[in-house]
Design a protein around this ligand. Structure first.
Ligand SMILES: [Fe+2]
Ligand SMILES: [Fe+2]
Length: 373
């Protein structure tokens, strides 16, 4: 589709994601506190407290998953789950369970994928919820050609190792990073990366999705500006790791829909330094990656953070990453905005050209990006 301009409403994938549906069938749906708004960030949530309606909807609408109360309008949740399955629903069920032994039996019989015991706390609920969502998303990846699903599954797994290591030990595994980087470069060069990335739209793990997206764009951009293959690997790894410092920022801040308070902004502004810190602390990780990770929010005119560097104080690689990072963020769904089309994103960025963003790089980026989606 190189160079062909499509009507915006026909653009798919990263640009106009299809929001997936979740069913919450519980008499206490109104009392589930902060859980529903969190789900609502990523999914269309249908709510009901009626067993009959729950079964009907489960059969009609291919839900990404179902949260089902074991006492729904006087009916037994496990009987309802069985009816849903008998009538053809294949959506995984997270049971809100009164009795642990009954829930375990239900899980063993395949009536629910997992359960949360009532009364549940938000954290415990969301952990199970995301676990099932991941599983369902990754099953979707099975439908892709092997080359595409391999890219997503393997980078997802590597990203999980990398962040688990960071949380537990404060450093990363250089081999996991190299493996990932190599895979992204190969996928971009084989022309399959952006096709695979479409399956990440709406994926809840937005830092992973953004990292992979940025990495793939960095490979393209690195090739476009004529970097050597070693430098393309470096710039791709920067794309993958530039935001790892966000694990220091509470999820509630990252996912917040409303404008951030000054204090919350402070936390966000710390993430580039943390990214750099973690890269430097890790053995077998190329130190060339650290500086652009630290500086990806610096801007030519000195309006960036954390150091408010300006002009020649900012190296080329950091200036290049800044452009790709902004473009990637604008074309992804975020809690605080829906994804822009690539044309709208470039339009939005154009006033920054020459002021905040380096003009030459911006022009090269603008040339290459419409070929990708
Ligand atoms: Fe960032
Ligand atoms: Fe970023």
């Amino acid at each position: 589709m190189g160079g062909v301009i499509q009507p915006l409403n026909e653009m798919t994938g990263l640009n106009v994601p299809d929001r997936k549906k979740i069913l919450v069938a519980s008499p206490a749906a109104g009392d589930m506190g902060d859980v529903i708004p969190v789900m609502d960030l990523y999914y269309d949530v249908d709510l009901t407290d009626d067993a009959f309606q729950a079964i009907g909807w489960a059969v009609e609408r291919a839900y990404h998953m179902i949260v089902l109360d074991d006492h729904l309008s006087g009916s037994d949740g496990y009987v309802i789950a069985q009816k849903m399955q008998d009538q053809g629903s294949r959506s995984p069920i997270l049971m809100l369970a009164e009795e642990e032994s009954q829930a375990q039996a239900g899980r063993n019989e395949g009536l629910c994928r997992d359960y949360v015991q009532k009364p549940f706390d938000q954290y415990g609920f969301l952990e199970k919820f995301w676990h099932i969502c991941d599983h369902a998303a990754e099953q979707e990846w099975d439908e892709l050609p092997d080359t595409h699903s391999e890219l997503l599954k393997s980078t997802r797994e590597h990203y999980r190792w990398i962040t688990d290591d960071l949380i537990r030990h404060g450093r990363m595994d250089g081999e996991a990073i190299d493996a990932c980087t190599g895979q992204v470069v190969t996928a971009v060069e084989a022309g399959i990366a952006f096709e695979a990335l479409k399956k990440l739209s709406g994926y809840h793990e937005s830092t992973y999705a953004h990292s992979l997206h940025t990495a793939a764009l960095m490979t393209v951009f690195g090739n476009q500006i004529g970097l050597s293959s070693d430098d393309v690997e470096v710039i791709t790894a920067v794309g993958f790791l530039h935001d790892v410092g966000k694990i220091r920022v509470p999820r509630a801040i990252l996912d917040k829909k409303e404008p951030l308070t000054a204090g919350e902004w402070e936390r966000i502004r710390e993430h580039p330094e943390w990214s750099g810190h973690y890269i430097r602390e890790s053995e077998n990780v190329n130190n060339l990656i650290a500086m652009p990770a630290e500086r990806h929010h610096e801007r030519l005119d000195g309006s960036g953070y954390p150091l408010a560097l300006a002009g020649g104080q900012i190296d080329d690689l950091s200036l290049a990453v800044a452009i790709v990072d902004i473009f990637a963020a604008l074309t992804e769904d975020k809690p605080y905005h829906t994804a822009m089309s690539l044309f709208d994103a470039l339009e939005e960025m154009r006033p920054m050209r020459g002021h905040q963003l380096e003009s030459g790089f911006f022009d090269r980026f603008e040339e290459v990006v419409p070929e990708l989606y």
